[in-house]
Design a protein around this ligand. Structure first.
Ligand code: PLP
Length: 654
């Protein structure tokens, strides 16, 4: 069933710019993602260069190497590009205001711990002295060996046990810039006792929870009752103790973290002022604070700017940098105190852009329609008769008001038929026929409403669109690859990666492979008034139909879970290469998790599965219910499936 998009551009005049506007690519994708003249999604990597990478060519290259989709593309250059943008923004703010200190980026590895990501960030961030932040024991142990340069800062947050603290102090002794940030007072007691034992006095920092609360989903990260950090009273007693031990110079870092994805910039100013006041008070008492660390929170524009979506921001990167630099400078100048080194731990902003998941659409399903030969059954119930008459009416010329009223009546009649069916007084055939009548009526009304122009769309219009939306079955799992969409209703840009110079004439809802009714994309970024359906092209059976899921680089890789035992998808690392025709090379491919591996994670040992399977088949062979050859074949099929991907394999169907 094809639907009509209400859009003024005629089909034949549709260009990539219309698609850009429809999918709001410039809003969430700038300065990297755009639609090229071929109507393909493409990535700009270098500033002021016309060179770009065509996402469709990347996918074709991957497939030509026999690599199966879904595949996660990591455009590794985008990590460096974001680090550069962030550092340039702070540098520019520092120069404009005449700020007296430096800025330093620190990458919090919890946002994406993949080895390749951390390594790339350290390599490309070298010229900005980028540091790392860890929040757990495993993260600490992952980060530590990467501190090749003694200057590289490692900020250690989270709850730290004695083993961790002791290792931190030992590593400080060999000249590494590792700073445990005290989150609880008892961590200081541990530090003291390690100090008595070893005679080494630790360099340390403290995390403060401040009165102001950040807005947005993660607001509970800050505020007086936050899970993290010391209260001001605790800070005072800590500083008194530090002072009495003669360790004033060792107290070098003050930290706070407002929560991720700050939506409203005005909430930040208050926190920056408060933390700077704490800094000033400590400096006036001769503590050695060098670093003022404002944590993460720099947001990413996932949704269309200017909407009230929780995932759209009211500020940009430069505004964020200006606010921090200006505010710290103002407070320091007012109080006549030297400006500190500013740190931000922007994880989301560094990583979000670099990864794109490409998923094949496996098939598409539409509502059944009234077909020639369909007729109202002779003994149809009253509600069915009414619904039938309403369907006939919907083919006539009617006003908008009449169309809306007709829809209300039809919904009522349709649900009455359903009720009779459930009581057994309507036959299966009658129910199916009346479903077709209802959906056909919906389509007729929708098409007629599409011809109208509205100041604001009546809710019935959206309802009709939702009823008629096709269902695209996609080869991925929301729970594995886009967990925050399910978990906290986060918006991610999702759209076709090709045919973008053709007008999309359909609407679809994307469903994943999991047996979970929540395994659907329920919110799309588009200019359409209805955000719960995706404007799409018609599904082409037997051809490639690929959807791109964008801005997945932050949090999704590490948090995705194994619901229904779908494993990690394969990864391809893409690098800009100006020496080759397509401008990219595939640097590395990491295969997806096999069935055997994912089963191992829930304690099914593959050898045991095999011998159990062998046992089952052997019994049937012994009782002569199956031949030796057939039994062997079953075992081979089973064993070969175990080695394969957990996702749908279209090749296996041929
Ligand atoms: C999670 C976290 C970050 C990262 O925040 P983003 O909003 O992703 O930049 C930074 N610092 C700390 C302490 C964190 O816990």
């Amino acid at each position: 069933m094809s639907q009509v998009i209400k859009k003024s551009t005629p089909i034949c005049d549709w260009t990539n710019l219309d698609s850009d506007n429809l999918y709001r690519v410039s809003s969430w994708g700038a300065p990297y993602f755009f639609i090229n003249d071929d109507g393909h999604m493409a990535v700009h990597i270098k500033k002021k260069s016309s060179v770009s990478i065509d996402v469709v060519s990347v996918v074709e290259e991957i497939q030509s190497q026999g690599i199966q989709l879904p595949i996660l593309l990591r455009f590794k250059d985008l990590l460096g590009a974001q680090i550069e943008r962030i550092n340039n923004a702070f540098q520019s703010a520092i120069e404009t205001t005449g700020y007296g200190g430096l800025y330093q980026s620190v990458y919090p590895i919890k946002v994406n711990q993949s080895q390749a990501v951390v390594e790339e960030i350290l390599n490309t961030g070298k010229k900005y002295d980028i540091g790392l932040e860890c929040g757990s024991k495993a993260e600490f142990l992952a980060a530590l060996p990467y501190l090749e340069n003694d200057k590289t800062l490692l900020v250690c947050n989270g709850i730290k046990d004695r083993t961790m603290l002791s290792l931190m102090i030992s590593i400080q002794r060999i000249g590494k810039n590792v700073i445990p940030v005290l989150d609880r007072l008892n961590e200081f007691s541990e530090l003291k006792s390690i100090m008595w034992e070893t005679g080494h006095s630790p360099i340390l920092g403290a995390r403060i929870c401040l009165g102001s609360e950040g807005l947005g989903h993660w607001s509970s990260c800050s505020g007086e009752m936050s899970k993290f950090g010391l209260s001001l009273s605790e800070l005072i007693s800590l500083s008194e103790e530090i002072s009495s031990l003669g360790l004033k110079d060792n107290f070098q870092l003050l930290h706070c973290h407002l929560g991720s994805q700050i939506k409203d910039i005005s909430t930040l100013r208050q926190v920056v002022r408060e933390l700077t006041q704490v800094y000033v008070s400590l400096i006036k008492r001769n503590f050695g604070i060098k670093y003022l660390d404002f944590g993460g929170g720099l947001g990413v524009q996932y949704d269309e700017a200017g909407t009230n979506s929780q995932f759209a921001l009211n500020y940009d990167l430069q505004e964020y940098a200006n606010l921090i630099v200006n505010t710290v400078k103002d407070v320091c100048n007012e109080q006549g105190v030297l400006e500190p080194v500013l740190i931000t731990e922007s994880g989301r902003a560094i990583t979000a852009y670099h990864s794109v998941l490409i998923v094949p659409v496996l098939g598409s399903r539409s509502r059944d329609e009234w077909v020639t030969g369909d007729a109202l059954p002779n003994d149809a119930c009253q509600a069915s008769q009414a619904l039938f008459r309403l369907m006939e009416r919907s083919t006539e010329r009617i006003t908008t008001e009449e169309a809306l009223a007709l829809f209300h009546h039809a919904k009522e009649a349709h649900s009455q038929v359903r009720a009779s069916f459930s009581l057994g007084s309507v036959s299966l055939e009658e129910q199916a026929t009346m479903d077709r009548a209802f959906w056909t009526l919906c389509k007729l009304l929708y098409v007629s409403l599409c011809g109208e122009s509205f100041d604001s769309y009546p809710p019935e219009f959206i309802e009709l669109e939702n009823i008629l939306a096709q269902q695209h079955m996609c080869n991925f799992s929301i729970f594995r690859s886009m967990l925050d969409h399910w978990g906290i209703g986060q918006t991610f840009p999702v759209m076709p990666i090709d045919r973008l110079n053709e007008k999309p004439l359909n609407h679809a809802i994307l469903a994943d492979l999991t047996c979970d009714s929540d395994g659907r994309v329920t919110h799309y970024v588009s200019s359409s008034p209805n955000k719960s359906v995706l404007p799409t092209h018609s599904f082409r059976p037997g051809k490639e139909n690929h959807i791109g899921l964008f801005l997945l680089g932050a949090y999704q890789d590490s948090m995705g879970d194994a619901h229904n035992l779908f494993g990690k998808v394969g990864e391809a690392h893409i690098r800009l290469n100006l020496d080759v025709e397509n401008h990219f090379t595939i640097e590395k491919v990491i295969p997806e998790t096999s069935v055997q591996e994912i089963l191992g994670q829930v304690q099914y040992v593959s050898g045991q599965l095999e011998s159990r399977m062998r046992g089952l088949v052997r019994e049937k062979y012994k009782s002569r219910e199956v031949s030796r050859v057939a039994a062997q074949e079953i075992l081979e099929k089973y064993m070969s499936c175990l080695q394969k991907s957990t996702y749908y394999d279209p090749k296996a169907c041929n």
